[in-house]
Design a protein around this ligand. Structure first.
Ligand code: ADP
Ligand code: ZN
Ligand code: ZN
Length: 674
């Protein structure tokens, strides 16, 4: 074939590829597919990826621009990376070029990349840490995996359900070891940057001589690029990263692990709204390799896949029921009925007493409230003024620590007024409680205690977070007050008491996923308490002590909770028993947003879509954010295939709907939030 045309994917919001003339002085061959090129686009230059070569184009010759440069600094992106990005483009209804370019490190997409500095020489590595003898349960799990893969090598999807502290990480490490021994590499995904240092330390301690790189958004561009290159070139045998790392090209990939698979952070919330967990499963299937999804509280989707014979994507269930360390037991969970107990500043007498005793014993306690700030709203009792965000349909949250009112949705902030802005009343009052207020209450009650608040305000940067963790570990804190940040995967050795406040709100929330999140958060936060020599206790303040969610929690019975929730979902026709997509529109006027959605709804394509339901357009729960009115339209089908076919046809036509220029819309597949 005489190559005269180069077909290029560009990171622009158009569902097409772009043809360029091949450079005259360079011979391109099919091996160059997957290389990056620099091309002119309008008045700019852009970096794109060569997707195909051709000998002719439909574009008239005189309109074709030549490729400016073929970049040969890297090996071409491999074929399986193409298949993965193509799958995502089609599944998530996103232009291929956008998918491809968005998965590359920023420097790889830049026309003038920063000069790469000389690489990561690792200092003298310590000797490999010995692996502990496996517990009986761990051995069974590994034997099961070994038997499966001996029987039939290739793709196997496992859901590893193990209670907190059951030694799931040890399972990952053993599987990684086997993968490395077989000459392959492993990809480990964690939901949050905050969890990478901990796992990185454990993996490095076990495999000190193996190229391990991490990939997450907190790295400098240069480091990220270097690490990504090491993966692409096959030098990094272990890649540890957050959701975007699922796209890392790895030529010898032999195992994928997704830790804390239930965590909503695996879902990307803008651009291509993908679930890294789901993409990981797809990637494993495509590469024909095993994947392990691990959690103490799996997502109900995964649990259904592992336990419900009616779901199509079957996972094999692996279970660890006991804590790994001999003698360590799960903490006792108790409900405190706050209908009968008088609360003092939000605390029951039982909880205050337990904190006092914990202090006396020199142990740590943790008070969990999933709401940051001092109080969710400031109000005037005289005239009814409340602190509203003027840009959003939401209240401004009182942050007393720095004397600000803040909107948690758009970031607007201002000074706390001294008096009511409408009537001048000087006695304006905070309503409700956030972590700052609990901190203040506890400081007053326990003046001798060292109290540490851990939330997104006190741990803004990675550095701050690490120094907080350091203080917790060194025993430099008696009482921790925190949000779900504290619930995730950390070991706090001296922690023996957990108190949970304000949990009930999630029981009756409009969001039908709220109970799932609540159960998982409480189970995870409870999992922080107790060791072999220091048994733990969890106290939950509630007005609904008989609620089945709490009853299951007391028994540490995730399977019972999950079964009950799945039964409800099946009955209501909710995921995982239905597949959903959401079309959202935002505009300065609600009427425009609704009108756009109504047009979209009235314009179904000519494909067979009998099993697809389009609901009415409705304002979103947060109906205005940053001065934009927001509305959404739910699309649902009991068949994933039918939904996909419908979306492909529909999405192509949405772009041609006439709408005001300031209207923005996007389509989200498998939405988590409503
Ligand atoms: P999980 O990831 O399930 O919460 P971890 O893997 O962090 O649990 O293990 C919890 C604790 O048990 C850790 O301190 C770990 O070192 C220890 N542990 C895990 N497996 C074993 C084992 N086989 N023998 C002794 N200790 C173990
Ligand atoms: Zn007033
Ligand atoms: Zn706002």
């Amino acid at each position: 074939m005489f190559v005269s045309i180069v077909r290029v994917a560009l990171g622009v919001p158009l569902r097409r590829l772009f043809d360029y003339r091949a450079p005259l002085d360079e011979t391109l061959t099919p091996e160059d597919i997957g290389r990056r090129v620099r091309v002119g686009f309008g008045t700019r230059s852009l970096i794109g990826v060569i997707v195909a070569l051709a000998d002719a184009s439909e574009i008239p010759d005189e309109q074709l621009k030549p490729v400016e440069t073929v970049l040969r600094d890297l090996p071409p992106l491999p074929a399986d990376w193409f298949r993965l990005t193509e799958f995502c483009a089609s599944y998530y209804q996103t232009p291929l070029g956008e998918v491809m370019l968005s998965t590359l490190p920023a420097a790889m997409r830049r026309v003038d990349p920063p000069k790469a500095r000389a690489a990561r020489r690792a200092p003298g590595q310590p000797a490999a840490q010995d692996a502990p003898a496996l517990t009986g349960e761990q051995r069974q799990v590994l034997e099961r995996v070994a038997a499966d893969t001996a029987d039939k090598p290739g793709f196997h999807a496992y859901l590893l359900h193990g209670v907190t502290g059951s030694g799931k990480t040890e399972i990952y490490l053993r599987l990684v070891e086997q993968t490395l021994t077989a000459g392959k590499s492993a990809l480990l995904l964690v939901p949050e940057i905050n969890l990478t240092p901990q796992l990185e330390a454990r993996v490095t301690a076990r495999f000190p001589d193996t190229g391990l790189v991490s990939l997450h958004s907190d790295l400098t561009d240069a480091t990220r690029t270097r690490n990504w290159k090491a993966a692409l070139e096959g030098r990094a045998r272990i890649v540890l990263g957050t959701r975007l790392a699922v796209f890392t090209p790895m030529p010898e990939l032999g195992l994928i692990v997704v830790d804390e698979e239930h965590d909503a952070s695996f879902k990307q919330q803008d651009g291509m709204r993908y679930s890294a967990r789901d993409v990981a499963v797809f990637r494993a299937r495509q590469r024909d390799i095993p994947i392990v999804l691990g959690s103490a509280t799996p997502s109900l989707e995964s649990w259904a896949n592992a336990t419900d014979p009616d779901t199509p994507a079957r996972y094999a269930l692996l279970e660890l029921r006991a804590r790994a360390v001999t003698g360590a037991r799960l903490p006792a969970v108790r409900r405190i009925d706050i209908r009968t107990e008088k609360l003092r500043d939000g605390f029951s007498g039982v909880l205050l007493q337990a904190i006092a005793q914990c202090l006396e014993r020199g142990e740590q306690s943790l008070i969990f409230l999933n709401r940051r700030g001092y109080a969710p709203v400031l109000a005037c009792a005289q005239c009814g003024w409340v602190s509203r965000c003027h840009r959003c349909a939401a209240n401004l949250v009182l942050h007393l620590a720095d004397g600000r009112l803040r909107c948690h949705h758009c970031g607007f902030e201002c000074r706390v007024p001294r008096a009511c802005p409408t009537c001048g009343n000087q006695d304006i009052q905070p309503f409700g409680r956030g972590t700052q207020r609990l901190e203040a209450v506890l400081t007053e009650r326990f003046p001798q205690a060292r109290i540490l608040r851990v939330d997104r305000d006190s741990a803004k940067s990675r550095k701050q977070w690490e120094s907080l963790l350091e203080r917790i570990h060194s025993g430099d804190a008696d009482i921790l007050v925190g949000t779900q940040m504290l619930a995730k995967g950390h070991d706090f050795p001296r922690l023996t008491l957990v108190g949970a406040l304000g949990a009930d709100a999630a029981l009756f929330a409009a969001d039908w996923r709220a109970p799932e999140r609540l159960f998982s958060q409480l189970m995870q936060v409870a999992g922080r308490a107790g060791r072999a020599d220091l048994p733990g206790e969890v106290l939950i303040q509630t007005q609904f002590p008989e609620h089945p969610l709490y009853a299951a929690l007391v028994r540490h019975d995730y399977p019972a909770f999950a079964a009950a929730q799945l039964a409800e979902r099946r009955h209501a026709g909710f995921p995982p028993y239905a597949y959903q997509a959401m079309l959202r529109a935002e505009a300065p006027q609600m009427a425009d947003a609704i009108a756009f959605l109504a047009t979209a709804r009235a314009w179904p394509p000519a494909v067979e879509h009998a099993s697809v339901t389009l609901y009415d357009p409705v304002p979103m729960r947060l109906a205005r954010r940053a001065n934009l009115e927001r509305a959404q339209l739910l699309v649902e089908s009991p068949s994933r295939r039918a939904l996909q076919a419908f979306l492909s046809a529909w999405n192509g036509r949405l772009a041609s709907i006439k709408a005001p220029s300031r209207l923005r819309w996007h389509l989200e597949v498998d939405p988590l939030e409503f």
